[in-house]
Design a protein. Structure first.
Length: 131
């Protein structure tokens, strides 16, 4: 049974976080950051409202992970180590607010990547992502 297969020490949360940062680091152009400059990752999710119960823990988990990575020296790229910084934006699970959040995270906060929770807000973010 698949449900009984387990890898000791590897949780779904650990796998997803490690996969996300590996993909992020691989996709980050080396010239995009100065040596030691933080890799900024936007976290676009419902942090208030009826579905905040899964948005807020998601951001908390990302921040805990970033603290651990940063304590270990950051993410190594070709030009050296870079700390991780998560910037949260509350989209209240509303596509229009998600669009506003994605625009702010990219233009004002200078994030290199955006993580999202929930697919219902994607229609609001897609036009921003396409630019």
């Amino acid at each position: 049974m698949i449900s009984k297969l387990r890898t000791p020490g590897l949780t779904r949360r650990t796998f997803l976080k490690n996969t996300a940062i590996t993909a992020a680091a691989a996709g980050l152009p080396g010239a995009a950051l100065a040596a030691g400059e933080p890799i900024k990752i936007g976290f676009l999710a419902p942090l208030t409202g009826p579905v905040a119960a899964w948005g807020k823990p998601g951001l908390d988990g990302c921040q805990i992970w970033a603290e651990r990575v940063n304590a270990a020296g950051g993410v190594m790229l070709s030009d050296g180590a870079h700390p991780i910084e998560f910037i949260g934006y509350d989209n209240e699970y509303d596509p229009a607010k998600a669009r506003t959040g994605a625009t702010k995270l990219i233009r004002e906060d200078g994030v290199s990547f955006i993580m999202m929770l929930g697919g219902d807000t994607w229609p609001g973010v897609q036009p921003v992502a396409d630019r």
